[in-house]
Design a protein around this ligand. Structure first.
Ligand SMILES: NC(=O)c1ccc[n+]([C@@H]2O[C@H](COP(=O)([O-])OP(=O)(O)OC[C@H]3O[C@@H](n4cnc5c(N)ncnc54)[C@H](OP(=O)(O)O)[C@@H]3O)[C@@H](O)[C@H]2O)c1
Length: 400
């Protein structure tokens, strides 16, 4: 297993990172693996040299962190060797079925008593890391990353729920100072950021550097063969700061691992898969991944991962799987190489698309649906007033 420096930091991570979003309580999502299965996965990964694990407080309301902690204890993974990354921002529910991901306006976190348990305030940063460490049964995490939150905004006449990793309700000064302080307190070794706009990352990082606070060493962003919007602004920004890039969903949540229209349990229940990745060009890319996989006698997942590993901007993709066989296949893909022509062939059909990461696609769709409804309502109202006017004029024999 190759190990790589995370940006300019001294921290070394395995060339692929094991994501643990798929471990949790099946009451949250039917495709989640329970503790027993998850521990087998973590063992296989560790035995193959994967020493870096990514989790988050919000995954299955803390269950993913608890399972990872249990695996570390059960398998006696050496703490000085492994790299544990977790995240904060979003609400970690008090019971397994709590979820505000597609919150209905009027039934969001605050209406349910989660007022301060979200965001990047000093209060939440200290509370969240404390609870993460308890669930992980660890004294410290290696990288604490700022993840996502849902909040409400009034747009036109509708309440819309937006997803972000950047906290619009907390001053950057407060966030960066608190992140620095959890490092100083010994709860965290390094800090990282997750999907946001490049300008937001830029101002946060700049503030930390200029005020001699702890800067981010990593960016966990959305990047794959069928989502490359990060190449415009974020990748050059990361290069400028010497920050490592550890993309999430490098296999596009499984879409790049199977021929078009093939369904899985996850594709029927994952909101992002139901609504996202519909950009023109994507179908052709998936077909080309399939074509190349046949030509090279490797799986589609291996082609997609080899593409991600071929990008200089990528330090280590974070992969997720619920199958031991598939995990092994991903590990086997690490030494696989694509030629420059193959990379070009795979990338060729890509077309610019909606931003999905700093803002979530299914939310954008809700938003445009809301605008459509608002426009329709206005047209109906205009038609109604026109009919009323004509009716009145008719009664007055058209004497205005
Ligand atoms: N920061 C953020 O906002 C954020 C967001 C999303 C995810 N993440 C992190 O990124 C990690 C990975 O995310 P992800 O699960 O969405 O990404 P992914 O790795 O792009 O996709 C996982 C999907 O690919 C399929 N797959 C994997 N290997 C395969 C193989 N060899 N053959 C066939 N199918 C294969 C899996 O199906 P099977 O289960 O059937 O193998 C699963 O459905 C998460 O665990 C989490 O740690 C972070």
């Amino acid at each position: 297993m190759p190990y790589v420096r995370l940006g300019n930091s001294g921290l070394k991570v395995s060339r692929i990172i094991l994501g643990t979003m798929q471990y949790g309580d099946p009451r949250n999502s039917p495709w989640y693996l329970t503790e027993e299965e998850a521990i087998k996965h973590i063992k296989l990964a560790y035995d193959a040299g994967i020493q870096t694990f990514d989790t988050a407080n919000l995954y299955s309301n803390g269950e993913s962190e608890r399972i990872l902690g249990k695996a570390i204890k059960t398998l006696k993974l050496p703490r000085d060797e492994i790299v544990v990354m977790t995240k904060l921002y979003y609400v970690c529910g008090r019971s397994p079925e709590v979820s505000f991901r597609s919150a209905v306006p009027g039934d969001g976190p605050e209406e349910n008593g989660y007022v301060n348990q979200k965001g990047l305030s000093r209060k939440h940063i200290f509370e969240s890391i404390k609870h993460s460490l308890e669930r992980l049964q660890l004294d410290y995490v290696d990288v604490l990353q700022c993840n996502e939150v849902l909040f409400f905004k009034i747009i036109a006449c509708y309440n819309i729920c937006l997803g972000h990793r950047f906290d619009y309700e907390t001053p950057i000064e407060e966030t960066m100072q608190a992140l620095h302080d959890v490092v100083q307190a010994g709860y965290v070794r390094y800090i990282g950021m997750s999907s946001c706009y490049a300008y937001q990352f830029h101002v946060m990082q700049n503030y930390a550097i200029n005020n001699k606070l702890t800067p981010f060493i990593s960016m966990q962003n959305h990047y794959s063969l069928i989502y490359r919007e990060e190449e415009r602004e974020m990748m050059p920004t990361l290069k400028h700061y010497g920050v490592g890039c550890i993309p999430w969903s490098p296999l596009a949540r499984g879409i790049l691992t199977r021929p078009l229209n093939q369904q899985t349990i996850r594709s029927d229940s994952d909101l992002f898969l139901k609504n996202g990745y519909k950009a023109p060009g994507n179908a052709e890319i998936i077909n080309r991944v399939e074509e190349l996989s046949k030509k090279k006698s490797i799986s589609m997942a291996q082609v997609a991962l080899a593409w991600s590993l071929s990008k200089h901007a990528v330090t280590a993709p974070i992969v997720g799987t619920t199958s031991l066989k598939n995990l092994q296949e991903l590990i086997d893909a690490i030494p696989m190489r694509l030629t420059d022509e193959e990379v070009k062939y795979l990338e060729e059909p890509y077309l610019p698309q909606n931003v999905y990461g700093p803002v979530e696609t299914h939310i954008i769709r809700k938003l445009s649906a809301a605008s459509t409804q608002a426009t329709t309502a206005r047209l109906v109202y205009m038609a109604y007033t026109l009919i009323l006017t004509i009716n009145k004029a008719w009664k007055r024999n058209f004497k205005f």
